[in-house]
Design a protein around this ligand. Structure first.
Ligand code: P6P
Length: 335
């Protein structure tokens, strides 16, 4: 039986890949790992502890009903970032504005973290997989000063690390620091994430397309053409693909990363810029997709090249296997 490699060991080993690393990013990743374990514990008991289950009774900046577990997860991640020494500020789906850590420790933090603490939260009460998504940038402003908005509004290609936690049949953490993608599975019996999916590569083609087809008549007509292509035997595999849509981005993305596939959330007449948020959903998963050999696009622009203008801005999203994304984009009608 080969030696179990824990996520902490892996982070430490990989730190050596960065000659000038002084350990801050490693410590920040440790903080994320710790918060992920706590959130996993809370997610696993959500059905049992009624103080968590059910709606919080108010709405977040997205106008979505906040689930209590959203708030629990958000507060847990903010807690570890605020009490660590690596982060000068955070932005999250659950907070209207950036949360700037303006004490001395915060001012000396080198990084900002943007995250969705619990994506797919509408699935919480029906016990469907949900996830956390995180994106890490080096601050632009001078260390020792209070973080500013430009620290957060950086294009995705500036990310130093990105990842997600999938609270599924098991809890997995998948991340990249720009040198490939690795996946770790939480072993609850020892409370450690263990390397289970080394050097993950997204198959160049798959036979799964994921889209809310309820939007098919209110989006770019080229997408209907693409879905019909998927459903035909004219596609690149010669037989109809399968439609799989969990309604939880992290779960749909993770399945496609392993099996190959495409996830599409387009601009629609209801959501002219799409539904998904650039900074803490699309960019981090795009970083992982590209590192694993896949693609991520707005339909007309590489996701990682989009220059952000607003913290919670939305973009249309095509992400997944290279040949599938390329085919879908080729059928889009120019706007
Ligand atoms: P719809 C969850 O709210 C989310 O942001 C993603 O996780 C998911 O893929 C998508 O929205 C589902 O949206 O409109 O199909 O219900």
């Amino acid at each position: 039986m080969s030696k179990v490699v824990t996520l902490q060991e892996f982070i430490m080993e990989k730190q050596a890949d960065f000659p000038f690393a002084s350990g801050e990013l490693s410590r920040l990743l440790y903080d994320i790992v710790f918060a992920s374990k706590v959130v996993s514990r809370d997610v696993r008991k959500a059905g049992l502890v009624d103080h968590i289950l059910g709606a919080q009774g108010n709405t977040n900046v997205q106008g979505e009903e906040q689930q209590k577990l959203d708030v629990v997860a958000d507060e847990q991640f903010i807690h570890v970032f605020k009490n660590g020494a690596e982060v000068c500020g955070i932005a999250s789906e659950e907070n209207d504005d950036c949360v700037i850590f303006d004490d001395e420790k915060g001012r000396n933090g080198k990084y900002v973290v943007l995250f969705d603490p619990l994506d797919g939260s509408s699935n919480i009460d029906v016990n469907v997989s949900i996830g956390t998504i995180f994106s890490i940038y080096r601050r632009k402003s001078e260390v020792g000063t209070v973080a500013v908005e430009e620290d957060f509004l950086q294009p995705g290609h500036e990310q130093v690390a990105a990842g997600y936690v999938l609270y599924g049949s098991s809890t997995m953490l998948v991340y990249t620091t720009g040198r490939g993608v690795n996946g770790f599975t939480l072993d609850p019996s020892i409370g450690e994430f263990c390397l289970s999916h080394p050097n993950m590569k997204m198959p160049e083609i798959g036979r799964i397309y994921a889209m809310n087809e309820g939007n098919i008549h209110i989006c770019n007509p080229g997408i209907k053409k693409y879905v019909e292509y998927c459903q035909s035997d004219e596609n690149q595999t010669g037989k109809p693909y399968s439609g799989r849509y969990i309604g939880s981005l992290v779960a749909d993305f993770h399945r496609n990363l392993i099996k190959g596939g495409i996830y599409i959330y387009p601009a629609t007449t209801n959501d002219p810029n799409g539904k998904l948020r650039l900074m803490y959903e699309c960019n981090p998963l795009a970083f992982i997709a590209e590192q694993a050999g896949g693609l991520a696009s707005t339909g007309f622009e590489r996701i990682l090249s989009v220059q952000p203008e607003k913290l919670h801005q939305r973009v249309p999203y095509f992400v997944g296997s290279k040949l599938m994304v390329e085919k879908a984009l080729s059928l889009l009608e120019k706007e």
